[in-house]
Ligand binder design. Structure first.
Ligand SMILES: [Fe+2]
Length: 224
């Protein structure tokens, strides 16, 4: 009788443990699947010395036509578009995106920029944007020029971003594919997954100017 009880308990215990282990296995599988579904956070980059110092940011999605300018900025017109997402792929709505960049000659409109390249009277190179309900953002600008950043150092063309969600802030820089200074740029090459920072210039969709270019840059925050 005792052996029956023990055997019965053992069998029940085994069944219970199997159920627990099975459940744990399912839970583990679910977590693994979720982890595989996670996006990669966009690599962070330094703020740099040319974060805009003006008191009021331009709230515009077209940096090529600043207020009070007489004409359009010189350079390759570029439409930058993308989404701000959390690691789990959820759109980050109402995120604030600050962008700033050099003009097509590689010069920032910033008192600390000693580059002798000319300023562009039709380009201020900074704006603040927001994301919509789907996390989308977009702006029109010109492709920035490369610029000297010390002896024998040239920074490849890039656009600076500071993205602020509800719980997370990311400072980063977006670069362009096939630029000659990409391979030697210390900042770009310090990123663990630098390919996430490099965009390809694409032909524009039919509704945009035919000689412009399109760049798609998704930005992934930890939690949004
Ligand atoms: Fe820069």
């Amino acid at each position: 009788m005792a052996s029956y009880c023990i055997g019965d308990l053992s069998r029940r215990e085994i069944l219970r443990m199997a159920a627990v282990l099975g459940g744990a296995g399912m839970l583990f599988s679910a977590k693994l699947a979720a982890a595989e579904a996670l996006l990669r956070r966009t690599p962070a980059q330094i703020l740099g010395p040319f974060y805009p110092v003006m008191k009021v940011w331009a709230k515009t999605a077209d940096l090529t036509r600043p207020r009070d300018a007489s004409g359009r900025a010189s350079g390759q017109v570029l439409h930058v578009t993308g989404r701000v997402l959390s690691l789990s792929g959820e759109p980050v709505r109402n995120a604030q995106i600050e962008v700033w960049q050099a003009n097509s000659h590689g010069r920032y409109r910033h008192p600390s920029d000693s580059n002798p390249a000319p300023l562009d009277p039709n380009f201020d190179g900074a704006a603040v944007l927001g994301t919509d309900a789907e996390g989308r953002y977009g702006f029109t600008t010109i492709k920035p020029g490369a610029y000297p950043a010390g002896p024998n150092t040239v920074r490849p063309p890039h656009i600076h971003f500071q993205v602020t969600g509800r719980e997370d802030r990311l400072v980063t820089q977006m670069y362009f594919e096939n630029e000659p200074y990409n391979d030697t740029d210390r900042l770009l090459n310090s990123a663990e997954r630098k390919e996430l920072l490099v965009v390809r210039l694409l032909p524009p969709p039919p509704e945009l100017e035919p000689d412009s270019k399109l760049a798609m840059f998704d930005i992934v925050l930890f939690r949004g």
